[in-house]
Design a protein around this ligand. Sequence first.
Ligand SMILES: *Cc1c(COP(=O)(O)O)cnc(C)c1O
Length: 481
Amino acid sequence: MLDRLKELELSSKQLEPDKSQRKELWQSIEGYAENFLSKINTLKAYDYTQDKGIGIYDQPISEQPRNIESILQNLAYNVDRPGLNPASHGHLGYIPGGGIYTSALGDYLSDITNRYAGVFFASPGAVRMENMLIDWMGKAIGYKDGFAGNLSSGGSISNLIAISTARHAMGIKPKHYEKSVIYMSEHTHHCINKSLSITGLSEGIVRFISLDEKFRMNADELERTIAKDKEAGLRPWLVIASAGTTDMGAVDPIERIAVITKENKLWLHVDGAYGGLFTLCEEGKKILKGLSEADSIVIDPHKTLFLPYGLGTVLVKDKKHLIAANRYRANYMQDIVKSEDELSPADLSPELSKPFRGLRLWLPLMIHGAKPFRDGMEEKILLARYFYEEVQKIAGIEVGPYPDLSVAAFRYVPKEDNADEFNQKLVDEIQRDGRVFLSSTKINDKFTLRIAVLSFRTHLRTIDLTLDILKEKILQLERSE
Ligand SMILES: *Cc1c(COP(=O)(O)O)cnc(C)c1O
């Protein structure tokens, strides 16, 4: 057995490169990153390729090591070329993510030290750091003391945590599902539907409140519908509002909705995955009034704080509800959970083992300070407004409502052809061109294009480029008809 152990040790020790091996690896990896960053302004936002990265299969997982340069070539060609480039300044589709460099450095360090930030006992400093960030974000949306939150993988999981917390707090048990009523709007993000399905709440009644002409939830209709449902002996309990819808960036009238939920003793959840953090800048704060009235809210630092994918946040106004819905005790945890100095993330979410996510937000905030983040947010709002004004100068363009935040919708109405078909072709052409990436949606059954300005690399020149590309492609398509 000792011989075998020696043999195994020799082999398994390859997982611990020595100093000179680390240096070599690091140079290759850093070289790759630098090459990517040095080209980032000219790389396509969308690269349409025939192969679609299929070459990744040509290097199957084998027992033998491979050379780092050939590995990185494979990565560059098959992964970092085809499809959407979320790191590009030209990514104006869906809701763009970020990818700031200093956050990547935070990820690097948190992966090296691998602190376990789930439980205070295990890494008190890491847990304090995460709690400090939650406190900072909670205060930014206007919460006073007494709230709690959790750093999750993203908005979808954060919404799930919020909804299961709301269910627990409101005492909704499966036997109540049949008569329980949840209210949301036609533009509520589809991850909410997933959450309702996972929690079983989709077995209850879900009402889709219609939108007003600015694509915000119609609060009068909400109020009327709740009253009617109560009269009919049903049990309204949850309203899900959006602080920035994915389709239109529209902010529901949160202040007004909060009055309705208070009067009727319902839980108000706000999905602010896209827009909630805009409260960090003055322009955003004006639009997001009433956010702090929400019983729970979701915000996504990997969207609005420009971080690389992998960080969402759920905040619950009264921490006791978040704790009650998530805390369990297992015998094998008895050493770990004895300390109660700080709330532990593992008590506030379904996760146990988790990455130390705090560092990827803390490090950038420490290095840059908060100001460039606030200014970046205001810049994105102003860029969307600028686009909205300028795009109307293109003959034939029809716009949606004035942007609440940083999403603007528009379409081209051709002189003769079918507008839906034309706009489908237009978005296809823009995607094939690839310098910028726009996505489309259906608004009132009309095929509609939209830009979402949220990448930290998107500045004025990107918007001007987008306007030029639009003019060019419209002209081309009109000529070819
Ligand atoms: C992006 C988004 C989500 C989903 O968040 P993920 O971080 O992608 O899981 C939910 N709601 C809204 C409004 C969003 O924009």
